[in-house]
Design a protein around this ligand. Sequence first.
Ligand code: ADP
Ligand code: MG
Length: 220
Amino acid sequence: MTFSRPSIVGPEAGPELPFPVKMEGPVISGFGRGSKELGIPTANLPVDAEATPWIADCVSGVYFGWAVLEAARPGEAAAAEAKGVIGGVTSKLGDDEDESKKRTTAVSGLYPMVMSIGYNPFYQNTTRTAEVHILYPFAHDFYGAHLRLAILGYIRPEKNYDSLEALVEDIQFDCVVAKQSLARPGWTPAGQSTALAGAEGVTADKGATNGTLVIPWLLG
Ligand code: ADP
Ligand code: MG
């Protein structure tokens, strides 16, 4: 199948207002409706009217940007659950926060991501969700980790699909769009290499650095 939409979005020079938009919180469990089985696991973040007031009125659809994974913060996931967010994580975390912290420290880093914000019409959801697919093949789950996002741009609106195959194909193309768009110097954090953007977990010490994007809060 060929796609009629462009594989690079946003201006060469870098993100435009209102981006970058910040969103962060603990990775919680979603609906368990099999994103992983489709090859596209999505790390769900709590949608919090206080922390992310903009999310109530933003356009539903697929966005892209950078994700920073950090070690689990003691009590953060439990607090999100206590507020009544969807899913809840304690069953997947176990009751040992130290273990969770160790596990999630291992995946700490900066990664390219695509995410969906919306009601997911394919599954007839009624609540708004924010779910992030990180463009890196992790060997393990990282429920409970602290995830901070710099959302840099919008890719496309939500859609209804006739089949799971069509849904997966479209998301795979979203991943291409995110990788190619983020690989430009104006979209790559300063101190990072564009050669690595979109390719794998990114660390500052791998080769030449030519990213020019400055987001003071991104790396914490
Ligand atoms: P859930 O319904 O609980 O969100 P998913 O099938 O969507 O289940 O899987 C999401 C989980 O998979 C994440 O919370 C995370 O721990 C793990 N995971 C592993 N690799 C990735 C990845 N590349 N992107 C996002 N999550 C991933
Ligand atoms: Mg998910």
